[in-house]
Design a protein around this ligand. Structure first.
Ligand code: C2O
Ligand code: CU
Ligand code: CU
Length: 465
């Protein structure tokens, strides 16, 4: 019996008790001191007036940057202080399946007042993020997305970092939330927000020592927006994408060729602060052809006079390289699928319609017993997944638990860098390659949450022996 059947078979009514028992059962076995964070309602001044009804991990601030160390055990209790069910997912981190936070696939969702202990040892250094995987449309759109930093064993020599959590929020004129999604948006590119922020500020402000070396950690944690990023006021270089050090260089982003960050993606950018106090480097987004500042980092004090050449290259993460000659190919077609069926997501929410499909079948829902794996892979073997987008919309396709290499596209020269989220452009077919080296059932879905929740979702099974 696999974990999914077990979870579904254990019955939705008993869900709460089980979740609590699982958390309690783990506590004595851990050698590390757990921390605890509670998912709760929050209020924050996103624009002029306080916006009510947000969701965060404290009552009045954005979800914190969670830091952990590569190769060191990490554990955290996530408690649910909301009336709705929830789970927490660690996007991009290769965790054991039971720690992945996917409702009915890897755990029973938490009811109000329950907690779940997430414990894992991050193998890969870099910039990742976390978000709920149950009631995601609401909880993410209302604010529950945060950056995860896994500090590497070797210090590349930065003086500091600046994590930037890029989010937009859908507020009306009164600065309160309006409808978080629309049928029109869900059937197209997703419903965009109205207020673009970094770390919940319209222009996030930081100060760093003049002439120092700073690592910008950008994470696009929005439910729909694809950011076009430009950095002005300094030079530098992109050093990592989706957590992992670059294997192939990415050009310094400019207004003509901005860096695309789609929902779920991250970029680490090494920059040198200007030498003169008061000068700023500005992280900007191109929005409808115009640059809009997201964050400003102001130089302070006398220049440290550092040089980007002093940075040590990032150490590669311990990823298994796929053997393309031996790889079997599996094809996945992403397309339209208007249908009357409404996903059975148990306690985890549905939008009330279906528009999308994988291999021409809309995902029947997280809690639908008939939902089987889209593919079954053998542990330790290499695979090519052919991702075919048959729609005129872009889809950031995300795979849990495994890290992959894009290897070819029918539309463009692809930078072949390790990732967990591949942006498929309109009508693009992309081949990605991986070693199926983490056993379990791994969610596989579009990270435009409206697409995920209206059919463009599923899972891939990695089977032992
Ligand atoms: Cu970032 Cu399945 O999610
Ligand atoms: Cu994920
Ligand atoms: Cu999509």
């Amino acid at each position: 019996m696999n974990r999914r059947d077990f979870l579904l078979g254990s019955g939705l009514v008993a869900a709460g008790a089980l979740g609590g028992a699982a958390a309690a059962g783990l506590s004595s076995a851990l050698a590390v001191t757990p921390e605890r964070l509670t998912i709760q309602k929050a209020r924050f001044r996103l624009r002029d007036q306080l916006t009510n009804g947000m969701v965060s991990l404290s009552a009045d601030s954005p979800p914190p940057v969670i830091r952990m160390a590569q190769g060191e055990p990490f554990a955290i209790d996530i408690a649910n202080g909301l009336a709705d069910y929830t789970t927490m997912h660690w996007h991009g981190i290769r965790v054991p399946n039971a720690m992945d936070g996917v409702p009915y696939l890897t755990q029973i969702p938490m009811a109000e007042g329950e907690a779940y202990r997430y414990a894992f040892t991050p193998e890969d250094a870099g910039t990742y993020w976390y978000h709920p995987h149950c009631m995601t449309m609401d909880q993410m759109a209302l604010g529950l997305t945060g950056i995860l930093v896994v500090e590497g064993r070797d210090d590349p020599g930065f003086d500091s970092d600046v994590p930037l959590n890029l989010r937009d929020f859908r507020l009306g004129k009164d600065d309160q939330f309006k409808e978080l999604y629309t049928a029109r948006g869900a059937a197209r590119g997703g419903t965009l927000g109205t207020v673009i922020t970094a770390n919940w500020h319209q222009e996030d402000r930081h100060e760093r020592r003049s002439g120092s070396l700073v690592r910008l950690r950008l994470a696009a944690t929005d439910t729909a927006r694809i950011y076009k990023i430009v950095v002005t006021g300094t030079d530098g270089r992109i050093i990592a994408f989706d957590g992992h050090p670059l294997e192939e260089a990415l050009a310094w982003p400019t207004e003509d060729a901005p860096l695309l960050l789609s929902p779920g993606q991250r970029a680490d950018i090494a920059v040198r602060m200007p030498d003169t106090e008061g000068e700023e480097l500005i992280v900007q987004a191109l929005v409808q052809g115009r640059l809009r500042p997201l964050a400003r980092v102001r130089a302070t004090g006398a220049s440290l006079g550092r040089d980007l050449a002093e940075l040590k290259p990032l150490a590669p993460n311990p990823l298994a390289r796929p053997d393309l000659a031996a790889a079997e190919t599996h094809e996945f077609v992403f397309g339209w699928s208007p249908s009357d069926t409404i996903a059975n997501n148990g306690f985890c929410g549905t939008l009330g319609y279906t528009f999308w499909s994988i291999n021409r079948e809309a995902w029947p829902g997280d809690a639908a017993p008939e939902a089987g794996p889209l593919a079954t892979l053998e542990l330790g073997k290499s695979y090519v997944l052919r991702l075919r987008n048959e729609s005129p919309n872009a889809h950031p396709i995300h795979l849990h638990g495994l890290t992959f290499l894009p290897i070819r596209s029918n539309k463009r020269a692809l930078p072949k860098n390790w990732t967990d989220t591949a942006l498929l452009l309109k009508n693009e077919t992309m081949d990605i390659a991986l070693v199926a080296d983490n056993p379990g059932d791994w969610a596989f879905h579009c990270h435009v949450i409206e697409h995920q929740k209206t059919g463009l979702a599923g899972f891939i099974r990695v089977r032992e022996g």
